[in-house]
Design a protein around this ligand. Structure first.
Ligand code: GSH
Length: 255
């Protein structure tokens, strides 16, 4: 029986989230809840802005265990842009409710609402935020420089998703329909490449952090959740520590 759950009352007029419990999602995301309780020695959900943050303009819909939601939050913090964090309860399938599907027909977080603009997909959102609220430091526009950054956004959605992100889904959240051998091989390949790439540079491109670093960071830094030994990749570990030192950096559980 569908249940109505009021999640937030927003300046957009309020959202009612109805949720059902498709079996596969229930399995995956109930395991998220269980896994979330499996970190006895750390703060599971790092405190975020009080809700709503003063003068907030952007609403960010996400979930605290989602690395894709986290990377958008991280960029907003690095850019020092005000926003409201709106939790979409994945465990209760709120992301498949009609109201959320109206924001993102794919039923995935993250999504941002910025005035009239509604945008899904972490990489697309970061491009938007960098152009709208940042400057060319975060996303250069010269053709080759832009292409170098986009290459890493693509790597994030490709090799990093197929590797460490899927390994985390399998081991940490118990999502069963993942070929874990393939995910570990993909993770080994991309982390080996990343380690080599970072052996003579501080950041993924240029001499400064860009949205390439923010996009790649979460699922690489969370790789241990997928039973991947990050210590084999010392340049990657050093880069993770550099990202953590950036002014405005915020952590998430597991990082
Ligand atoms: N391409 C999207 C993928 C987003 C994504 O996979 N989100 C996950 C949480 S990290 C989600 O909402 N999963 C629920 C689902 O796919 O049903 C992005 O980069 O933002």
């Amino acid at each position: 029986m569908p249940t109505l759950q009021r999640l937030q009352s927003l300046n957009l007029g309020g959202y009612l989230f109805s949720w059902k419990s498709p079996k596969h999602l229930e399995t995956g995301f109930l395991s998220i809840a269980q896994a979330a309780g499996d970190r006895p020695n750390e703060t599971r959900f790092h405190p975020i802005h009080p809700f709503p943050k003063d003068n907030a303009m952007i609403q960010l819909y996400g979930h605290e265990v989602s690395g894709n939601s986290y990377k958008v939050r991280l960029l907003l913090e690095l850019l020092n842009v005000d926003y409201e964090w709106i939790k979409v309860d994945l465990m209760k399938s709120a992301h498949k409710s009609p109201d959320f599907l109206a924001l993102n027909p794919l039923g995935q977080v993250p999504v941002i609402v910025d005035g009239e603009t509604v945008l899904a997909d972490a990489q697309a959102i970061m491009v938007y935020l960098a152009r709208q609220y940042g400057d060319e430091r975060w996303l250069p526009l010269e053709s080759l420089e832009l292409a170098k950054v986009v290459r890493w956004l693509s790597t994030t959605a490709g090799e990093i998703r197929q590797g460490p992100e899927n390994a985390r889904l399998y081991h940490f959240f118990g999502v069963a329909n993942i070929n874990i051998e393939r995910s570990h091989q993909k993770a080994t390949d991309i982390l080996t490449h990343l380690d080599q790439h970072l052996s003579d540079r501080q950041w993924l491109e240029f001499e400064r952090p860009t949205i390439a670093d923010v996009a790649v960071f979460p699922y690489v830094a969370l790789a241990r959740d997928g039973k991947i030994e990050l210590e084999k990749y010392p340049h990657v570990v050093a880069w993770i520590e550099r990202v953590k030192q950036l002014p405005g950096f915020i952590p998430m559980a597991g990082i």
